[in-house]
Design a protein around this ligand. Structure first.
Ligand SMILES: *[C@@H]1O[C@H](CO)[C@@H](O)[C@H](O)[C@H]1NC(C)=O
Ligand SMILES: *[C@@H]1O[C@H](CO)[C@@H](O)[C@H](O)[C@H]1NC(C)=O
Ligand SMILES: *[C@@H]1O[C@H](CO)[C@@H](O)[C@H](O)[C@H]1NC(C)=O
Length: 254
């Protein structure tokens, strides 16, 4: 008779504190905060605030794929031809949505401006200095990414050992032991994705308690192992935005 109290508890639980109201999608019940119902019969998950689209019976993210009129899914074109800037996307989080991804100082990517950059104007002449006020990124065909800079040797983008996004200091290829280079994708009209993470995507993590008032949210790659530890961070997509000013964003980012 162990089931009886359990059943009662379930029944009593119904009136008060009931779970979010479910909606119907064809024959299924679903929670509209987690799923979207397409054509009243096909459920797709909402990830990072993006209700996934449907194509020929599969759910997909418009940050990576497009659906042909015939219903075939194809990767968007790789954004390897020109530098781009990035914008944080999660429509359910207005404080973060639309904010630029910035080189924030400390050789790290963060949410929101301004961009931290440097140009040795007295050495190279002010005319050689790009504005340096936007954070531009380049993707190579082999999946490595770099900051779009003038400085010889460039500045490579990597995942630090905690999978926060960093970039190498000018004139140095050094990075912390255990960092991950490459494994990135960027798509024209789509997003900048972390293919190392087996589809777990990016999160934005709030500054730790006691951080400076102007501390910004950090961008971190998530994977199956770290998902639980990063549960307090906000899932986001990173939208690729065409960068029109010139071929570089800065002399170097700091
Ligand atoms: C950077 O500065 C240039 C002019 O120097 C301006 O046209 C442009 O809008 C600025 N870009 C950003 C992202 O602030
Ligand atoms: C997942 O991310 C963590 C950092 O949060 C990293 O230490 C670990 O190596 C990553 N796991 C895999 C399988 O790459
Ligand atoms: C960059 O160019 C694209 C296409 O030419 C245009 O849609 C977009 O508004 C431009 N962005 C900026 C910041 O000027």
């Amino acid at each position: 008779m162990a089931w009886l109290p359990l059943l009662l508890a379930t029944m009593l639980g119904h009136g008060s504190g009931a779970p979010a109201a479910l909606k119907t999608c064809g024959q299924s019940l679903y929670d509209a905060t987690e799923y979207i119902c397409h054509a009243d019969n096909f459920l797709c998950r909402i990830t990072a605030g993006e209700p996934l689209s449907v194509c020929g019976g599969a759910c997909y993210s418009t940050f990576q794929y497009a659906c042909s009129p015939g219903g075939t899914l194809a990767l968007l074109p790789a954004a390897t031809a020109a530098p781009f800037t990035l914008a944080v996307s999660n429509p359910s989080l207005p404080a973060l949505h639309g904010q630029p991804v910035s080189a924030a100082g400390g050789l790290r990517w963060a949410v929101g401006g301004p961009t931290a950059s440097y140009c040795p104007a007295s050495v190279v002449g002010p005319d050689a200095c790009p504005p340096g006020n936007a954070t531009a990124v380049l993707l190579a065909a082999d999946g490595r990414a770099a900051m779009a800079v003038v400085v010889p040797g460039g500045q490579e983008v990597y995942l630090a050992p905690d999978w926060s996004v960093g970039y190498t200091q000018a004139h140095s290829a050094g990075m912390p032991a255990g960092s991950v280079v490459g494994g990135f994708g960027a798509y024209v009209g789509g997003g900048f994705v972390n293919l190392n993470g087996d589809g777990w995507g990016w999160v934005a993590c709030a500054p730790p308690p006691g951080a400076a008032d102007d501390a910004r949210w950090r961008l971190v790659g998530r994977n199956a192992t770290s998902a639980a530890a990063l549960a307090g961070c906000a899932p986001v997509n990173l939208k690729v935005v065409p960068f029109n000013s010139s071929s570089v964003g800065a002399w170097q980012y700091t």
